[in-house]
Each structure stands twice: as structure tokens, then as C-alpha cells.
Design a protein around this ligand. Structure first.
Ligand SMILES: [Zn+2]
Length: 243
């Protein structure tokens, strides 16, 4: 095939745009953030499980506290009733019995108050533990939101790059010989479509060409379309080729 050296040079622009298009397409389909967001979701599940455990501990303590409080109320009511009866009692035996019961109620109340204090202390710790866990989850959510936004931005940017490079590529391809573009496209299916020959090296595959191949290339007319004997890419010759 023959094509003007100018058209052949423009294949290098197309190859560069194709590389950019491939890169942008890969980036928009595989944003690194999506893997990180998945990991965060798994991590948040673990954090939520731990939060449930801590909430359970706190609920149990609240129930225990309210049980103690109602026991205290029962003891108080009983003590009030006994004290009232004691002031009106005329029977000394009954009075003795009431006094003894009041003493035992006072001990019972003191025990209950000790237990109440202990539960309140534990409840305070449980509240702190819940708050800490909730803060961790909130941090994880914020990190997830940040990563998602970053991922979306990357996809949007890559898509913009992809679209722009695709438009540029179509514009360049429209300006050069259609059969040359068709050949380039065919070769592109299995590798790089075109590469510069620079200092005896094919820049598609980075192989230094053999002397006999270089000899043949030197003898070929400027408008001959040559391919790399190593990788099959169209070899574009310029003043940098060192021929
Ligand atoms: Zn090559």
C-alpha cells in the first residue's frame, strides 16, 4: 500500500489518541475507589455488629437500673406505711415488729442504693462505648461518601477525556486516506497500529531492527507503507528515524 508520508505521520497522532482512549476507558470502568468503598462497607458491617453488642449491654443495664429503682420505690412505700403505723400504734409488740421491719428495710434500701450506684457507673461506661462506636461508624460513612464522590469525579473526568479523544481521533482519521486508516485499524486489533521508527528502533515494540530490514526500509519509496517485521505495526519514518 502507498500513502503520503504526511498521512503516515498522522497515524502517530491516531495511535496516541487511541492509547489515551483506551486508558480513559479503563479508568472510567475500574475506578480504584469502588474496591475501597466495598472494603469500607464490609468494615462498616463489622462496626455495626459491634455497635449492636454494645447497645445490648446498655439496654440490659438500663433494665437492671429500672428494676432496682422500682425495688427502691417498693421499699420506700413500705417504710412510709410502717412509719405511719408506728406513730399511731398503741400496741408495743406491734411497735417492736414495725421498728424491726423498718431497720431491715433501711438495710435493704442501702444495699439497693449501692447496687444502683454500681449500675449507674457501668451504664456511663456503656454510654461511652456506644458513643465511641457510633463515632467510628460516622467516620466510616464520611470516608465512604468521600471515596464515592472521588470515584464519581474520576469516572466523569475519564469519560470527558474519552469523549474528547474520540472526537479528536475521528477528526484526524477523516483527514487522512481511508485505506490507510483501515489498515491501521486492522493492525490495531492485535496490537499497536503504528509506531515511529526512531534511531533504528520500532517504538511500537521497542525492538532494534536488523540491518537487512533497515536496508530494505532505506530503499523503500517515501510513500510506501511499511510494517515492523517484529510486531507488525505500521512503521512511520521521519527525520528522527536515523535512516
Ligand atoms: Zn515493532
Amino acid at each position: 500500500m502507498n500513502a503520503s508520508p504526511a498521512d503516515q505521520r498522522r497515524l502517530l497522532d491516531i495511535a496516541e489518541l487511541d492509547a489515551r482512549i483506551r486508558q480513559a476507558d479503563h479508568a472510567r470502568k475500574n475506578p480504584p475507589q469502588s474496591g475501597l468503598v466495598q472494603k469500607l462497607l464490609t468494615h462498616r458491617q463489622e462496626l455495626s455488629r459491634e455497635l449492636s453488642v454494645r447497645l445490648g449491654v446498655r439496654d440490659d443495664l438500663r433494665i437492671e437500673l429500672s428494676r432496682i429503682e422500682s425495688d427502691v420505690a417498693v421499699v420506700d412505700a413500705r417504710a412510709t406505711r410502717d412509719a405511719d403505723r408506728l406513730t399511731t400504734s398503741t400496741n408495743s409488740k406491734e411497735a417492736q415488729g414495725l421498728e424491726s421491719e423498718l431497720a431491715s428495710l433501711a438495710r435493704r434500701k442501702s444495699d439497693l442504693e449501692d447496687a444502683e450506684l454500681e449500675i449507674m457507673e457501668r451504664l456511663e461506661q456503656a454510654d461511652t462505648a456506644v458513643a465511641e462506636q457510633e463515632a467510628l461508624i460516622a467516620e466510616t460513612n464520611a470516608e465512604g461518601a468521600r471515596l464515592s464522590a472521588e470515584g464519581k469525579q474520576l469516572v466523569a473526568d475519564s469519560t470527558a477525556t474519552f469523549d474528547q479523544a474520540s472526537r479528536d481521533r475521528a477528526a484526524v482519521a477523516a483527514e487522512i486516506a481511508a485505506d490507510l486508516v483501515a489498515l491501521y485499524d486492522k493492525i490495531s486489533l492485535r496490537g499497536v497500529g503504528a509506531g515511529l521508527l526512531r534511531r533504528n528502533t520500532c517504538e511500537s515494540c521497542n525492538m532494534v531492527l536488523a540491518g537487512t530490514d533497515l536496508q530494505a526500509i532505506r530503499q523503500a519509496p517515501d510513500d510506501a507503507v511499511l510494517t515492523c517485521p517484529e510486531c507488525g505495526a505500521i512503521l512511520v519514518r521521519t527525520e528522527e528515524s536515523g535512516l
